[in-house]
Design a protein around this ligand. Structure first.
Ligand SMILES: [Zn+2]
Length: 463
């Protein structure tokens, strides 16, 4: 008998953790951090529902913190098994987890300073030593090859096209019947024709499908990122000032560099300096270059451009001095810095300096949550509070919509379109309206009935 229990990303998008029990073994698919509302974040402090030491292995779809960020805590609670993931995810994981440990530390220090923690003193969820131990448990497994996390179970990673290294998991459980029980975990599914990433591989037939539904209630714009970026950059350069791009350090930043260099090399926008001003983005770009065989360079190929990601024209600012040197620059140019929602990071220094200058353009290239500075700017604020000062906003604020990491509802249907009807479909990783809308689309398109589990719900799986 096999059983699946949804321990996170059920009725919400963060904290992905799906526990499989089979033949006395326990395997966890993803081990994400809960993010967002306070009520969700508090879940990070609860002990794992089963003893961490009883989990035999973790199979990890990709590196994003909402899928991997609780691993150091699992290790701290006694998990000793292997963490199996793709080679590129294994390379990115250190960057992401050390950064997460730093954020935990900053949160704890902030709580102590403000005195609002229930615990005295407030402690980080985990620290660098926990991350170090966790990384020693990681084992890289190539895509398209079977591997056995435990006896009686075999898995295969396939490219999900969502970020570097991201995979969906084909899983087979052997049991009393001659045919194995087949499962499929979508992880996060990328978009078709996304810059730098391959299209998601068609899914394998399965008895039980666990599918994401992040944007189940949305239709992404159909504009091409290259064209949108060309128009935005031309306008920015015409104003004569810098274009500041707030971007996540891993993934979005490399897509932007790739597209901007392609546009410059193809002569579609003028040549100008591009700075990547984030130590994490600089390191992540190195990882991207090491896995160049995973990239889809369609845009560059169509424009006849080679080496768009490895361009010597892109300046990597790793040290504080290199970052400060950008302040001296006056004229058309592009600075890509994190954080993506402008909550912290080096983008703040640039904003404080350049927002009062009407020649500046601020490009917002990702989703901006309510309450973030990015959202405040999009909503048309005249002043922005940075480092305790109200900075006047005279810059032009521009949004680029075409770069989303997740497939929308119709794209998920397109991805699933060749798949025979599973016995049961579970929709996870979506807010309730998104999951409901996705269920409706799957019903309309294929006649499938879907289950939207709540956190803690468990289901017996039978062949
Ligand atoms: Zn993701």
């Amino acid at each position: 008998m096999a059983r699946i229990t949804f321990l996170g990303a059920a009725g919400t998008v963060s904290g992905s953790r799906h526990l499989l029990e089979h033949d006395g073994r326990r395997v966890l698919v993803d081990c994400g951090l809960f993010q967002g509302e306070k009520g969700l974040r508090e879940r990070n402090w609860a002990r794992f529902p089963v003893p961490a030491s009883s989990i035999d292995a973790v199979v990890l779809t990709h590196g994003h913190i909402d899928h991997s960020g609780w691993l150091p805590r699992l290790t701290r609670e006694g998990f000793k098994g292997h963490i199996l993931t793709s080679p590129a995810t294994s390379d990115l994981l250190g960057l992401l987890l050390y950064d997460s440990a730093k954020c935990q530390d900053e949160d704890a220090k902030y709580a102590n300073r403000k005195g609002f923690s229930k615990h005295s003193p407030a402690l980080p969820l985990y620290d660098e030593r926990d991350v170090e131990r966790t990384l020693r448990q990681v084992r890289a497994v190539r895509r398209e090859e079977w591997f056995a996390p435990v006896a009686g179970m075999r898995c295969k990673f396939h490219d999900a096209g969502h970020m570097l290294g991201s995979s969906f998991i084909q899983m087979e459980l052997s049991g009393s019947s001659p045919e194995p029980l087949r499962l499929l975990f979508s992880g996060d599914v990328g978009r078709f024709d996304a810059p730098l990433y391959n299209d998601p591989i068609p899914p394998t037939p399965c008895d039980y499908l666990v599918c994401e539904s992040t944007y189940g209630d949305r239709n992404h714009p159909t504009s091409r990122p290259l064209d949108e970026l060309e128009a935005a950059t031309k306008q920015a350069f015409a104003r004569g000032g810098l274009m500041l791009v707030a971007s996540f350090a891993i993934g979005r930043c490399q897509q932007l560099v790739y597209l901007l260099r392609t546009l410059m090399a193809a002569g579609r926008i003028p040549e100008a300096p591009i700075w990547v001003d984030s130590p994490m983005a600089v390191e992540a770009t190195e990882v991207f270059r090491r896995h160049v065989e995973e990239h889809d360079f369609t845009e560059a190929r169509m424009e006849g451009v080679a080496d768009a990601l490895a361009s010597p024209f892109v300046k990597m600012a790793k040290t504080a001095e290199e970052s400060k040197a950008i302040n001296e620059y006056d004229g058309p140019g592009i600075v890509i810095a994190s954080s993506g929602m402008m909550n912290g990071g080096r983008i703040l220094h640039h904003l404080a300096r350049r927002l009062p200058d009407p020649r500046t353009t601020v490009l917002v290239a990702g989703f901006q949550a309510i309450g973030t500075r990015g959202r405040t700017l999009i909503d048309g604020a005249k002043f922005l509070r940075i480092h305790g000062r109200d900075i006047p906003v005279r810059a032009v604020i521009k949004k680029v919509d075409a770069l989303s990491g997740h497939a929308d509802g119709p794209e998920l249907c397109r991805w699933l379109s060749g798949m025979p009807k599973p016995k049961q479909t579970f929709l996870v990783h979506g807010e309730p309206p998104a999951a409901r809308a996705m269920a409706e689309q799957l019903h309309q398109a294929f006649g499938w009935e879907s289950t939207v589990p709540a956190i803690g719900d468990g289901f017996d799986l039978s062949s």
